[in-house]
Design a protein around this ligand. Structure first.
Ligand code: A2P
Length: 221
């Protein structure tokens, strides 16, 4: 049918069910509130403010728009390379409309974005585009050497003037630094262990991953 040929969405992804969105927003707000009060964070405030002794209210710092999701393939209605192949992929068509559990294993913040890392299961990985990490190489040079699915995330908020595509780049950058090793001691918190990765990058690896039921689907408009 010709109609199907052109009917490619803005993006494909897993869309978190409404009840769990609320829970994740609360958890991330709690995390931001706690982070803001930590001496370790205050010591590096300049990463966020650009000026010493200037305060930042992390709960106000990021704006969140739209409903929570984990983008698999950004298609921009077919203008992005590989969009059509992705839309026609058997695994994609088979999974379309099905609900599975996303495992959110870490929360991270940078001066640009706040997000949750998604650790994909063996069943979910076939829906992840093979080139998603490599595509980020111009922004994060080490990205292509990270395992498939490393870029998977849920954007929870962006600083003023920052586009959500940045969240995946920020995650990849943190994972690349993690892989290099040589970080300081993590700070043990109730939710998990918190690590600083220089230049305002923080990641909280959750003690208990959050399980989020999500529907694999697409977004038009
Ligand atoms: P993310 O997946 O990090 O949230 P926009 O509103 O800018 O059109 O983006 C729609 C969605 O597609 C967002 O969820 C966004 O980021 C994601 N996205 C936008 N541009 C890209 C891109 N070039 N590559 C991958 N994902 C993108």
């Amino acid at each position: 049918v010709p109609h199907e040929e052109v009917d490619i969405p803005l993006y494909f992804g897993w869309f978190l069910l409404a009840a769990v969105q609320e829970k994740i927003r609360c958890t991330s707000m709690d995390f931001l509130k706690t982070l803001d009060t930590l001496d370790a964070f205050k010591k590096h405030l300049i990463d966020f403010t650009g000026k010493p002794d200037k305060e930042v209210d992390l709960e106000q710092y990021y704006k969140s728009k739209g409903s929570l999701h984990c983008t698999t393939k950004f298609c921009n209605h077919g203008t992005v390379e590989g969009s059509k192949d992705y839309a026609q992929n058997t695994a994609v068509q088979k999974a379309y409309g099905s609900v599975s559990e996303l495992s959110l294993t870490a929360l991270f913040v940078t001066p640009r974005t706040v997000g949750a890392r998604v650790s994909l299961t063996e069943e979910q990985l076939p829906l992840w585009p093979a080139d998603a990490e490599k595509e980020a190489e111009s922004v994060v040079p080490a990205a292509a050497s990270l395992p498939r699915g490393s870029r998977a995330h849920v954007t929870l908020g962006c600083a003023e003037g920052v586009e959500p595509v940045q969240t995946g780049f920020d995650l990849l950058q943190i994972l690349a630094l993690q892989k290099d090793g040589q970080q300081g001691e993590p700070l043990e918190m109730e939710l998990g262990s918190l690590m600083y990765y220089s230049e305002g990058r923080w990641m909280l690896t959750l003690r208990e991953p959050m399980s989020a039921p999500a529907c694999f689907s697409s977004f038009y408009a």
